[in-house]
Design a protein around this ligand. Structure first.
Ligand SMILES: Nc1ncnc2c1ncn2[C@@H]1O[C@H](COP(=O)(O)OP(=O)(O)OP(=O)(O)O)[C@@H](O)[C@H]1O
Length: 236
């Protein structure tokens, strides 16, 4: 369950990412601070480094240089195993293409992080997965996740991201490839997770998603070019 020591306060310094040796960095970020409980949208043209940043701050990708501190932990210094454990405890990641297993049930998909962690799945964990699916409004009776609509599949992915009650939610294009109605439900579900103890950071091309964020970071060609804090309720 949520570890407050691992809670969502991010400090980035001197960050640089090059995918190829001696190539120009695809991302260069001298400094960035995100406070616990912020709801942050990352926007910018295709190829501007948005997804790379999300992968870096989740520890799924290592930077070429720089520090990424979540609270007191510089995740760039963690061994692979320690980084995996930190991520499991701290981050719920909603992937653009869901990363679900089609052939198994929605419930089994929500339980994947527990299986990866090598846990014996207890009745309590199974009940929690059940409750999360209920919370996001996904029909549980389906045998195969492939029988669900894309919108429902995205909500299974969101439920899975919540299994360990992480203090940080990262979402990569959570409404991509969904129709308008499904996008709205997915966005409502995502934003309902925000709170003083949970930081939500989402990459999106979807204006409606970005407009609901209290802070918008705009990237262009690997650089942060705008950082705007706003009150979506007042702007509506
Ligand atoms: N694995 C990789 N190897 C080499 N280059 C990569 C790799 N992944 C991304 N890139 C390059 O890094 C740059 C940033 O990519 P990234 O996916 O972070 O951008 P993005 O802003 O998320 O784009 P989009 O909105 O299209 O998803 C792009 O020029 C991309 O081609």
């Amino acid at each position: 369950m949520a570890d407050q020591n691992a809670a969502g306060l991010l400090r980035i310094t001197d960050l640089e990412l090059c995918y190829q040796k001696n190539a120009a960095p695809v991302l260069a970020l001298p400094t960035l601070a995100i406070n616990r409980g912020e709801v942050v949208g990352i926007s910018g043209p295709s190829g501007s480094g948005k997804s790379s940043l999300l992968y870096l701050i989740s520890g799924l990708l290592r930077p070429t240089r720089g520090q990424i501190n979540w609270n007191d932990t510089d995740i760039t210094k963690l061994s692979e195993g320690a980084c995996d454990r930190w991520r499991r405890q701290s981050i719920g990641f909603v992937f653009q293409d869901f990363h679900l297993i089609d052939e198994v049930s929605p419930l089994e998909n929500v339980l994947i992080p527990a299986s990866f962690a090598g846990w014996r799945i207890s009745a309590d964990t199974r009940q929690r997965a059940h409750d999360l699916l209920d919370q996001v409004g996904v029909p549980m009776a389906r045998k195969s996740t492939s029988d669900l609509s894309r919108g429902e599949q995205q909500r299974v992915a969101i439920a899975r991201a919540l299994l360990f009650d992480p203090p940080i939610i990262l979402a990569d294009e959570p409404t991509a490839s969904l129709d308008d109605a499904a996008s709205l439900v997915a966005a409502d579900t995502l934003f309902s997770l925000a709170g003083p103890n949970r930081t939500v950071i989402t990459v999106s091309h979807d204006r409606d998603v970005i407009d609901r964020c209290k802070r918008i970071l705009k990237f262009d060609k690997g650089h942060l070019v705008d950082d705007v804090s706003r009150n979506p309720a007042e702007d509506a």
